[in-house]
Each structure stands twice: as structure tokens, then as C-alpha cells.
Write a protein of this length. Sequence first.
Length: 274
Amino acid sequence: MTSERWLSKPAAPAVVAVTGPLSVLFPALSVLAILLHVIALAATTRLEPRVRRWVLPLLIVSGLCSAGAMTKFVLSDALTGIIEARGRDSSARAVSILREILFAQDAMRRYAFVDPDGDGVGSAARLGELTGVHGARGEKPLLTPPLEPRLAPGVSTRSGPALEQGGYLFLVCLPGPGGRWAAGPRDPVDDEAAERRFLAYAWPSAAGAPHSAAFFMDEHERILESDNHSGAGLRLVGPASSPACSDALDHPALYHPWRGKKPRPNLPGEAPRL
């Protein structure tokens, strides 16, 4: 017996009608309930007129209950799930870009594109230098920049030039003299210390996005995540509320390892640690 033939039986629409109130209690059931109501309404043409007179109003009222429940389900559960999935996807892309920056810095160190002391170990570079958009240490741009030009910084923040990509802002900091950090294009860099150190951040470019987490990464691919909430808003958001270069170092309690990620023990070109 097909579903349409079964639904043409007088008792069947009453069974279908029960799914309407049930959908109000269990909104996820509303999708199936709506489908059953459509089939049941089409099948009423096979019912006797005296049966159809009480079946149609019953199905219509029950169907309205199912439609209301499905609207609630879409707005609360399904839509929330979609927004959360978008947030996870944006965060994953932010970490992916941080890793692109890491690989570019590895190339800077391995191939010594910037090597003022001539020891064969290159120094880390700012985003503009990595992409070849700005001159390396104020001189000529790199002929073979290790990072794609699409990742060049184009947003001014209170901490320094940042890249905006996928709803996130990205900042790279290099060691400066006296233990300070250099993020601006004119900030002096300690090239010897930059052979071993750099820091990078990713944080939401605007409030109201489906993602809210902020990320930190260092030269050992130590990737940390912060839930980034402060009261009812975000602690780090947009150009005006960018992280200080030492944010993750000064506030370790606000950050935790991203997905349990462990840092790599060695840098490219150095002897493995026993």
C-alpha cells in the first residue's frame, strides 16, 4: 500500500493531524510533518464529501501548527547551526592564513632574504616585506617574495599595518631594540633577534560577525586561541581595538592552545634538539 493510498483512508488524516501539535513540542519534527500534511491534503480528493468536511479543517489547523513550528526551528536551531558553522569556517581560514605567514617566515630564515650580519640565517619580515609590496628593511622589495601579494597589509590599526581577509585582521610583529616589538613600517628591528622570533595575530575585523575568537602564533607554530569576550562585547575587534604585540605574552590566561596544537621544537635550519 502506497503512502498516498494509506492517507486516503478516513483515519489516516487524523493520524497526520497529530503531528502538528507534536511539532510545537518538538520543532525538528516539523519538516516531516509539513511533508505529511501536503500529501494528506492532496489525498483528501479521494475521500467522501462528508468525511472531507471535517478532515480539511483538521489538517489546515494542524498544518498551521507545523508551519509555525518549522519557522521556529529554522530561526532558532537551524539558523543558529548555520551561523556557528560559518564561524568555525572563518576561524579555520584565519588559522590557515597564519600558517601561510609562518611558512613565508620559514623561507625568510632558510634562504636569508634579509641577512644584515651575513651569517646565512635570515631575519623575519613584516607583512609588506613578505609580500614584496614594501621594500625589505626600507630598501628594495624582495624579487621573490615568499607570501602572495593578496596578503599585503592594507588596514591601519593602532598597532601597525594589518591585512584584512575573510572577516579577520592579521598583524605581524618583529623584535625591536631594547626588548620592544616592531609592528610599524618605520619601527626599528633587531635583526639578530628576528632570526629566531616573530609574533602574529588574527582577530575579528568587525563586531557582529559569526566568528569572535582571536588567535596568536609564534615562530614555533605555537597557535593559541582566545574566546575574545569582554563583558557583552569583544576585547579585540577592528582596527581601533587591535592587540598589542605582547598581548598573548602579557595575558596568558586569556589564551589556550588551538585544538590542542603543540609547538614544533625546532626552527628551519637549526640542529634538532635531543
